[in-house]
Design a protein around this ligand. Structure first.
Ligand SMILES: O=C(O)CCC(=O)C(=O)O
Ligand SMILES: [Fe+2]
Length: 303
C-alpha cells in the first residue's frame, strides 16, 4: 500500500523532497528531471485545444512567462472596483500581530485568510457574488478566454480574492518571497489585478523573463539541486528552489525585472519561472485582486 502511495506521489503535485520524491537514489537517476519534463509536456497538451484563443497573450506567456495587460477594464468599471476594494479592506478587522519568524501559517477568518511571509502581511478577502469585482473582473469573458488559452483551465470566480500586501520591516523579520525562487517544478500561474499604480515603494513583482522554459542548463542546475536537497536533510526540502544571481547567470536567465505598472493592469505569471517580491517601503501596501491557478501537473484534462 505504501509502495503504491509512493509511486502515486511521483505523478502528483507534491514538490517537497520527502518520501519517494526526496529519495537520493531516484534523484541520482533523474526523478526530478523526469517530473519536470513530463509535466512540461502535459502542460502543452492541456493548452493545445485552445490554440485559437488569445494569440498575443499565449505568445507572451510562452516566450517570457508573464503577460501584462494594461487598461484591462473600462475606466468606469475600474473605478467601481477600486472603490469597492478599498471599502472591503477598510471593513476588515485589524490583522493579528505576527508572532512567528519566516513563512507563517494561513490564519483563516470568516472573510478569507491572513498570512505573514516574514514581516510582510498578506490579507485575502473573498470576492462577493454581487460585487462589481465579480461582475466586471472575475466573470469577465476575456478573463475566461485567458485562463483557457494560457492555463488550459476554466476560469473560476471563486478563486479570486481581494488582496492587500503590507510590507514589513526586513531587518527584523525578512520575507523569503523577496529572495529569487520558483514556486514549483511544473507550470503554475498567479494573477494580479492592480487597482493602484505599482512603483518601487509598493515592492513590485519581479520576474526573470523566459525562466519558465526548461533548458539544458536549467535542467542541469535542477538536477544538482535535487541531488543536493535529497542527500542533505538539513537543507530546505520545500521544493521552491531559491536561486542566486550567479545561479541565474549560470542558467543564462536574466535577473528578475521589476514590474512597475499603472493602475488597472492585469498581470499573469507562470511561477515555475524565477521571480520574487520587490522590497517595498515598510508599511506600504500593494492592493488589488489576486488568484492562484495551480493545475494538476500530470493531468492534461478533466480538472
Ligand atoms: O507578491 C509578489 O510579488 C510575489 C510573491 C511570490 O513569490 C508568490 O506569490 O509566489
Ligand atoms: Fe513565489
Amino acid at each position: 500500500m505504501n509502495v503504491i502511495k509512493q509511486i502515486l506521489a511521483i505523478v502528483s503535485n507534491q514538490k517537497e523532497f520527502v518520501g519517494m520524491i526526496g529519495n537520493p537514489i531516484a534523484n541520482r537517476f533523474g526523478l526530478h528531471i523526469f517530473r519536470i519534463l513530463l509535466s512540461d509536456g502535459i502542460c502543452r497538451i492541456r493548452t493545445l485545444p485552445f490554440f485559437f484563443l488569445e494569440r498575443v497573450a499565449r505568445q507572451s506567456l510562452a516566450k517570457d512567462g508573464i503577460v501584462i495587460i494594461e487598461n484591462f477594464l473600462e475606466d468606469a468599471e475600474f473605478r467601481q472596483i477600486k472603490a469597492e476594494v478599498y471599502q472591503q479592506l477598510a471593513a476588515l478587522p485589524p490583522a493579528l500581530d505576527n508572532t512567528e519568524l519566516g513563512f507563517g501559517k494561513k490564519m483563516a477568518h470568516e472573510y478569507g485568510f491572513d498570512r505573514y511571509d516574514g514581516g510582510t502581511l498578506n490579507r485575502f478577502a473573498r470576492v462577493a457574488d454581487d460585487s462589481a469585482t465579480c461582475r466586471f473582473l472575475t466573470k469577465n469573458p476575456r478573463l475566461s478566454r485567458l485562463t483557457l488559452a494560457l492555463f488550459g483551465l476554466r476560469n473560476r470566480p471563486t478563486k479570486y480574492f481581494t488582496y492587500e500586501l503590507r510590507h514589513g520591516d526586513e531587518s527584523t523579520n525578512p520575507d523569503i518571497q523577496k529572495q529569487v525562487h520558483k514556486d514549483t517544478f511544473f507550470h503554475t500561474y498567479k494573477l494580479w489585478y492592480f487597482v493602484d499604480a505599482v512603483t518601487d515603494d509598493q515592492g513590485p513583482f519581479a520576474y526573470s523573463l523566459g525562466s519558465q522554459r526548461s533548458t539544458f542548463k536549467s535542467l542541469s542546475w535542477e538536477y544538482q539541486m535535487s541531488c543536493l536537497v535529497s542527500t542533505m536533510p538539513s537543507l530546505n526540502r520545500g521544493g521552491s528552489f531559491r536561486a542566486s544571481n550567479a545561479d541565474l547567470q549560470h542558467m543564462n536567465y536574466p535577473l528578475p525585472c521589476a514590474q512597475r505598472l499603472p493602475a488597472n493592469t492585469l498581470v499573469i505569471a507562470d511561477t515555475k519561472g524565477f521571480h520574487c517580491r520587490g522590497n517595498g517601503l515598510t508599511g506600504t501596501c500593494r492592493i488589488g485582486i489576486y488568484a492562484n491557478f495551480r493545475p494538476l501537473a500530470f493531468l492534461p484534462f478533466f480538472h
